[in-house]
Design a binder for this molecule. Structure first.
Ligand SMILES: NC(=O)c1ccc[n+]([C@@H]2O[C@H](COP(=O)([O-])OP(=O)(O)OC[C@H]3O[C@@H](n4cnc5c(N)ncnc54)[C@H](O)[C@@H]3O)[C@@H](O)[C@H]2O)c1
Length: 328
């Protein structure tokens, strides 16, 4: 009997995952691991792993005796040491296309809330102040510049939404071709140009060793004091201490963050007490439809590998050099 372990989860129901695995004769074993040791104890004899936020480090991977696949719920695989998994012939899979609409909508909702000061005005009215001056200054959206850090699937969808409001879009992404950008009427610029010209900066780069802290003191210093910074990617892509300094010093106008360095946010984080900061609990990916799609596709990645097939979504394609599974 094959064993699939879910390392941790926040979902109320696991019916979809259980149904997908049941169809190939596998029962799902669930855990709520937070530490490496807890993951090792839960997964050492697993044939497959489904992972949300628990750490799948090299130490964890060294202790997996027969695991063939680690499937992450979501796009980002920063919870998994992909190199260690590849060396051990373990397929790492993700789901890259379940929430492009949701995250781009959410980033735009944060942009609009920041631009129109929706949260500050709402708080003021509910606290007894009926005065539009609470929102001063608000600038016309049309003609403003949105800078996208990373220009993958989500920010490309966001660009179209922003353009339909008359916003001009520029992007920094060293790996995207000029043709792709031109087709979307987006100008590719350097990170320095993006920081100094944008009124809104929306961060969409994946978290890795090159992108960690990509916005830090040096970049905030280039920004205009009217600039809002939005992050729906991963907390550590922004150097949070530098962001807090920029917000405290008035170097930038505000921030809207769906993700922070430490999640859940710690109760003494200064961001919690800043009126010009909007905070959401890593929710951008979510809609009823995207959640269902994510759960189904994640479980299917595991079911495929344990049935002898390569899954639809593979992060470490080079693992194919040492594996012999069937193409679907
Ligand atoms: N908040 C949420 O709920 C949520 C949900 C889904 C995805 N995400 C995050 O959003 C990120 C982006 O998603 P996507 O679907 O657009 O990813 P994608 O894989 O389509 O695109 C990533 C882009 O980042 C670019 N990139 C890589 N390194 C870079 C660097 N050093 N500087 C600038 N750009 C760089 C790549 O060239 C690529 O174009 C994901 O990595 C994930 O962490 C968050």
């Amino acid at each position: 009997m094959l064993k699939v372990v879910l390392t941790d989860y926040e979902y109320k129901s696991l019916a979809t995952e259980k149904e997908v695995l049941r169809r190939v004769g596998i029962e799902l074993t669930t855990a709520q691991c937070k530490t490496e040791e807890e993951v090792i104890n839960a997964c050492f004899d697993a044939d497959g792993i489904i992972n949300q936020y628990a750490p799948i480090t090299r130490k964890v991977i060294d202790n997996l005796n027969k695991c063939k696949v680690i499937a992450r719920y979501g796009v980002g695989v920063d919870t998994i040491d992909v190199e260690a998994a590849t060396e051990k012939g373990i397929i790492v899979s993700n789901v890259t296309d379940y929430c492009i609409d949701e995250v781009s909508d959410h980033a735009f909702a944060l942009l609009m809330s920041a631009a129109r000061k929706v949260v500050a005005l709402n708080d003021a009215v509910k606290n007894g102040t009926w005065d539009f001056n609470v929102g001063v200054p608000i600038f016309r959206l049309r003609g403003r510049v949105l800078g996208l850090v990373g220009f993958g699937q989500i920010p490309q969808a966001l660009a179209k939404k922003a353009q339909s409001f008359g916003i001009e879009v520029v992007a920094f992404d060293p790996f995207v071709s000029r043709e792709v950008a031109e087709q979307l009427a987006v100008q590719l610029v350097t990170l320095e140009e993006l920081c100094s010209t944008s009124d809104f900066i929306s961060v969409h780069a994946p978290l890795n060793e090159h992108t960690k802290g990509i916005l830090s003191d040096e970049q905030f210093a280039l920004m205009k004091k009217e600039t809002f910074v939005i992050n729906t990617a991963r907390g550590p892509v922004i150097d949070e201490k530098a962001l807090i300094r920029a917000l405290q010093n008035g170097t930038i106008a505000g921030a809207a963050l769906d993700v922070v360095e430490e999640e859940p946010i710690s109760s003494d984080n200064p961001l919690l007490n800043m009126d010009h900061v909007i905070l959401n609990p890593h929710v951008a990916w979510y809609s009823e439809e995207s959640q269902e799609e994510l759960k189904r596709k994640t479980a299917q990645n595991v079911a495929d590998v344990l049935s002898g097939f390569y899954p639809k979504y593979i992060v470490n394609r080079n693992v194919k050099e040492i594996l012999e599974l069937k193409e679907q």
